[in-house]
Write a protein that binds this ligand. Structure first.
Ligand SMILES: O=C(O)CC1=CCC(=O)O1
Length: 96
């Protein structure tokens, strides 16, 4: 199942720099592992914003929820999810 996910990150202004750096490092490690596993298909920065657009390929809505809520930055993100299905005019399948 494919999902389009937008994550807007908002770290508290008063968060110590070392705590923010640790969270970002942990987020990056998990994001890269999930990309290697094929679950986090695309990860794009939205230009000019501390936000990203991602495509996830997971087995269920429950799996997506578990994955998103396990992200180290989850407490500091507003997340919007859109489930995707194949468009009848698309020349691509879900694997490309
Ligand atoms: O910086 C972001 O957009 C939040 C984030 C998601 C995965 C990652 O490594 O950072």
């Amino acid at each position: 199942m494919l999902f389009h996910v937008r994550m807007n990150v908002s770290l508290p202004a008063g968060m110590p720099a070392d705590q923010a750096a640790q969270l970002k490092k942990a987020e990056k490690e998990l994001a890269q592992r999930l990309q290697q596993e094929g679950k986090w298909r695309h990860l794009w920065r939205i230009a000019g914003q501390y936000a990203n657009i991602s495509i996830f390929d997971v087995g269920s809505v429950d799996e997506l929820h578990t994955l998103l809520t396990s992200l180290p930055l989850f407490p500091y993100m507003q997340i919007d999810v859109m489930p995707l299905c194949r468009h009848p005019s698309s020349i691509r399948d879900n694997d490309s």
